[in-house]
Design a protein around this ligand. Structure first.
Ligand SMILES: [Zn+2]
Ligand SMILES: [Zn+2]
Length: 217
C-alpha cells in the first residue's frame, strides 16, 4: 500500500491561487506523499514553467512530499500535442497530462485521440465522452484516465469508469485543484472514486496506485 497521490494541480504559475510550496505544504498536512504540479501550458510556456518549478522539489522533500514536476497541455491543437509532450519530457517533466475533451469547454475534437496515441503522455485528464477505440490506445500506451473531483469536468466520471474498465485502462483520482478549498482529504478522495461508480476493491487499487511504478512502466 502506497501513500496518497494527486497528479493534477494548479498554482499561480497558471490559473491557481497558491504558490507551489503552499500547495505542497497543505498537501503534506493532508497526508499526501506524491503530488504533481501540472500547470496549464501551450507552446509559449512549457519549458519556462518546468524550469521555475524544479527548485521546489527540494522544498517539498523537506515537507515529506515527493513533488512531480509536470504540465497540463491545455487547448493545444491536436496535431501539436505529441511534439509539445516530447518537448516537456525533454525539458525535465516527470509527468505530462493532457486537458481532455471535457464536456464543459470547447476542447478541440481529436485532443483525446492525440493524447491516447502519444507515448510521452501519462494521464488524460477529464476525457469527457472518450471513444472506446481511444481508451484502447490509452491502455496500450499505459496512459491513465482521470476520475476528477472538479465541478463540471466530473459530469462524465461514470462514463469514463465504464470505458476504462472495458478497455482495461489504469484510472487515477485527481483533484484538479486551483484553490485550497479544492484539495481532497482522504475521505473526499474516496467519495470521488466511489461516487464515480468504482467498487470498493477498485477504489482501493486506484487510490493506492504506486505512482513510481505506474510512471516507469
Ligand atoms: Zn485551470
Ligand atoms: Zn487542470
Amino acid at each position: 500500500m502506497s501513500g496518497m497521490y494527486d497528479l493534477h494541480t494548479h498554482t499561480i504559475h497558471s490559473d491557481g491561487d497558491m504558490l507551489p510550496i503552499e500547495l505542497i505544504r497543505r498537501m503534506a498536512v493532508l497526508g499526501y506523499s506524491t503530488v504533481a504540479v501540472t500547470d496549464h501550458v501551450d507552446t509559449s510556456n512549457a519549458t519556462t514553467i518546468l524550469t521555475s518549478l524544479a527548485p521546489v522539489r527540494e522544498s517539498a522533500q523537506i515537507f515529506g512530499v515527493r513533488l512531480l514536476c509536470g504540465v497540463e497541455i491545455t487547448h493545444v491543437p491536436p496535431a501539436q500535442i505529441a511534439g509539445l509532450a516530447k518537448e516537456a519530457k525533454a525539458g525535465g517533466a516527470d509527468i505530462v497530462i493532457v486537458h481532455g475533451e471535457t464536456t464543459v469547454e470547447p476542447v478541440a475534437p481529436g485532443t483525446n485521440h492525440a493524447a491516447c496515441t502519444c507515448r510521452d503522455v501519462d494521464v488524460l485528464a477529464h476525457p469527457g465522452i472518450l471513444s472506446i477505440e481511444d481508451a484502447m490506445h490509452a491502455a496500450k500506451y499505459n496512459i491513465a484516465l482521470e476520475i476528477t473531483a472538479r465541478a463540471g469536468h466530473n459530469r462524465t466520471n461514470g462514463y469514463v469508469v465504464r470505458v476504462a474498465r472495458e478497455a482495461g485502462c489504469q484510472m487515477v483520482v485527481n483533484s484538479d485543484a486551483h484553490s485550497p478549498h479544492d484539495l481532497l482529504d482522504e475521505r473526499a478522495r474516496f467519495l470521488v472514486a466511489k461516487g464515480a461508480g468504482l467498487t470498493d476493491a477498485e477504489c482501493r487499487d486506484v487510490l493506492s496506485l504506486e505512482i513510481d511504478r505506474f510512471l516507469s512502466s
